[in-house]
Ligand binder design. Structure first.
Ligand code: 0XW
Ligand code: MG
Length: 367
């Protein structure tokens, strides 16, 4: 199966409700990049990457498309033998840029799945379940508004809530934590995500002020060294998110015992194939983790769910998808959605979703 053509598409995704606010940035629309790999035997496979704006991580939409432009000419005409062989070829064309390579990795998995007649989860080791738990992310805002939103989502079946804090007075964050926990206690777990906004001193203070509320504290500080300085000084278990920019960092953290779990972003780790290595490292130490992405539509959501389905259910903290914040779907017949707090693994070979190109804006074609 040879690559005959690579098409790059763009999807502009306005945020439903107007804005998604985190400690350091508020986004109102996201710029997603989809790739379609077309083979000489007429098959096509899809991938997607959608940075959460240009400051959440060192990733941005223009950079993704520039990376694809750099690699595509060296990929067209080559044989698709396996995800690992394809990853090696991408690395030979461009160093780094895992968030862009992720889209191509996903498209190759979609293609191989369709060629072999198996779902992507099988290519990632095999699904253990036919649906995965999701979780709901409450944005930084008024404590009572956030608590009501959390209560509504728990009533709708979610069993994990992530509360965004940071970027404001510490007491306001503490108020949000208490209001949200009071609204969901006994029915759902709580994670509190500062998205790197706190200093180590603030994180220690915040941890003490909320010591009586059980939650996992997600990425309170920015550099992994600062997170390492907090080890053993917090009462709350700590999850790393933004620090896990590659599998090597995951290995360092797992080996060093720096965190109690992770909030993984599949494209940040380089795509489902590489993210599966992070999954296996966590399994060695029974470290719970999420399988999410920063943003995106049905293609990224399907990739996350296929990988999440291969995780030991005991260790899967949940799969966040942006569907609550994105209007519509790329594929109306096979939308990836949360129902009763869970997401069904898309049926059929490959990803199980087929974007309608008419819903996308063509950006470039390489053949
Ligand atoms: C909650 N998320 C998975 C969605 C946004 O991309 C941020 C991210 C996180 O955990 O920080
Ligand atoms: Mg996070």
């Amino acid at each position: 199966m040879k690559i005959a053509r690579i098409r790059v598409h763009q999807a502009l995704l306005p945020v439903v409700g107007g804005a998604y606010r985190m400690s350091h940035t508020t986004v109102e629309a996201l710029d997603s990049t989809l790739v379609e790999i077309v083979t000489d035997d007429g098959r096509s496979g899809w991938g997607e990457t959608c940075p959460l704006g240009p400051v959440y991580q060192p990733h941005h939409a223009l950079g993704a498309r520039a990376a694809l432009e750099q690699m595509a000419p060296g990929l067209v005409g080559t044989e698709i033998e396996s995800p690992r062989a394809f990853a090696a070829r991408m690395d030979g064309l461009l160093a780094g840029h895992g968030y862009a390579k992720a889209a191509l990795d996903t498209a190759v998995l979609d293609l191989l799945g369709r060629q072999l007649g198996v779902p992507v989860s099988t290519l990632l080791g095999g699904a253990l379940v036919d649906s995965v738990p999701s979780y709901y992310s409450v944005i930084v805002g008024d404590p009572d508004v956030g608590a009501r939103a959390a209560a509504e989502k728990v009533a709708a079946g979610y069993r994990r809530v992530q509360l965004k804090v940071g970027g404001r007075d510490l007491d306001r964050d503490v108020e949000s934590v208490r209001a949200t926990w009071d609204a969901i206690r006994g029915r759902a777990r709580l994670a509190v995500d500062a998205n790197r906004a706190m200093t180590a001193a603030h994180a220690l203070q915040f941890d003490r002020l909320c010591a009586d509320v059980p939650f996992t504290l997600e990425q309170p500080c920015a550099p992994v060294e600062e997170m390492e300085s907090l080890r053993g000084r917090l009462v709350h278990p700590v999850f790393l998110d933004e620090n896990t920019e590659d599998v090597a960092t995951v290995l360092r953290v797992v080996a060093g015992g720096t965190a109690d779990g992770f909030s993984f972003k599949v494209t940040r780790l380089g795509g489902p194939t590489r993210a599966a290595v992070a999954r296996d490292l966590c399994a060695l130490r029974s470290l719970p983790h999420t399988v999410d992405d920063a943003w995106g539509g049905d293609v990224i959501a399907a990739a996350c769910v296929h990988l999440a389905a291969t995780v030991d259910p005991r260790l899967l903290e949940g799969t966040w998808i942006a569907h609550d914040w994105v209007e519509g779907h790329y594929d109306d017949e096979h939308p990836v959605v949360v129902r009763d707090g869970r997401i069904a693994v898309p049926a059929g070979p490959g990803l199980g979703v087929r974007p309608d190109p008419d819903r996308l804006t063509p950006v470039a074609t390489y053949d």
